[in-house]
Design a protein around this ligand. Structure first.
Ligand SMILES: C[S@@+](CC[C@H](N)C(=O)[O-])C[C@H]1O[C@@H](n2cnc3c(N)ncnc32)[C@H](O)[C@@H]1O
Length: 279
């Protein structure tokens, strides 16, 4: 697979094309393979991107079997907030106050719901493909093992956020990303480490907005140009920007209308300018 450095050097040797036009031309070759969901109307659709304002399981159920090439996702787990006591026994911050419109909806991550989600992911993923699911420490303990009932789990990657975060018993600096396969498929290179150091996003447009670079690492390790990338918990759309940057198309969903508005605007702006307005 071509790395972004290789893309840049190819571009610099071809003075007639701007970087954006070059990337855009790659996008155009990749188009037209987003699976069609005939039952629901997307909140936003472009030739390269479709975003559905929908529950993740409903969204996946409406996709044809074996229609996406890579799943990269960052679910909104409720476990961490509901069940863990941090130090003095309250939730850090005021995230769950009803009037906090910055916070988002949580996925009902009980065992049966999470398994239904995983089975749908398995059904829509093509054979010999990869999946990456992000977990916090609590969800990894409560739900992570279910991944092994559905996929071939290959590794757990640590995202090192470089700077220390919240927490009382050892302040959090990492999140976890479970990497698994459906069938067998190699990574695009053999020298990727399993600790990824990328600074967290401070004051993003969306709570828990993830760096595009985290999705870049997944997509660059596990995709080819023209792959259909799927993220059923799209949030601010960092996975969309990464998909487009890497010459892939995107289909995803979010239960929150606000997330769909933000991610659609972000996708539109990126498609128009080649720039990411939100990071
Ligand atoms: C952790 S955030 C994703 C953040 C995203 N990766 C980003 O970089 O901005 C999880 C998202 O899942 C959405 N969500 C919660 N429950 C959902 C459900 N049942 N189906 C689909 N999306 C859901 C939330 O609205 C939230 O936007």
């Amino acid at each position: 697979m071509e790395t972004s450095q290789q893309v840049e050097s190819t571009v610099s040797s071809n003075q007639t094309l701007s970087l954006f036009n070059y990337k855009n031309s790659l996008m155009k070759t990749a188009i037209a393979n987003i699976p069609t969901d005939n039952k629901t109307t997307p909140f936003y659709k472009n030739v390269n991107v479709a975003i559905h304002n929908s529950d993740c399981i409903d969204f996946l159920k409406n996709l044809p079997s074996e229609s996406v090439d890579l799943i990269v996702t960052d679910p909104a787990y409720s476990g961490m907030n509901n069940k863990l006591n941090f130090g003095n026994g309250r939730i850090v911050g005021n995230y769950q106050k009803a009037d906090n419109d910055k916070w988002f909806l949580e996925f009902k991550d009980n065992t049966s719901n999470f398994l239904s989600f995983l089975f749908e992911c398995y059904r829509v993923l093509r054979n010999n493909r990869h999946i990456y699911i992000m977990f916090d420490s609590y969800s990894l303990l409560s739900l992570g093992s279910l991944m092994r009932e559905v996929f071939n789990v290959k590794n757990i990657i640590i995202w090192d956020k470089v700077n220390i975060g919240m927490g009382h018993y050892f302040r959090r600096r990492h999140e976890l990303i479970m990497f698994a396969t459906k069938g067998s498929r190699k990574l695009n290179a053999r020298n990727f480490p399993d600790i990824w150091s990328e600074k967290r996003i401070h004051r993003g447009v969306y709570p828990t907005q993830k760096p595009v670079e985290i999705f870049d690492r997944m997509i660059q390790a596990s995709s080819e140009k023209g792959f259909v990338i799927c993220d059923p918990f799209v949030g601010s759309g960092s996975s969309i920007v990464s998909s487009l940057k890497n010459g892939c198309t995107f289909i995803g969903s979010d239960l929150s209308k606000k997330a769909c508005e933000i991610s659609s605007e972000r996708a539109k702006y990126f498609i128009k300018t080649g720039e990411d307005a939100y990071q």
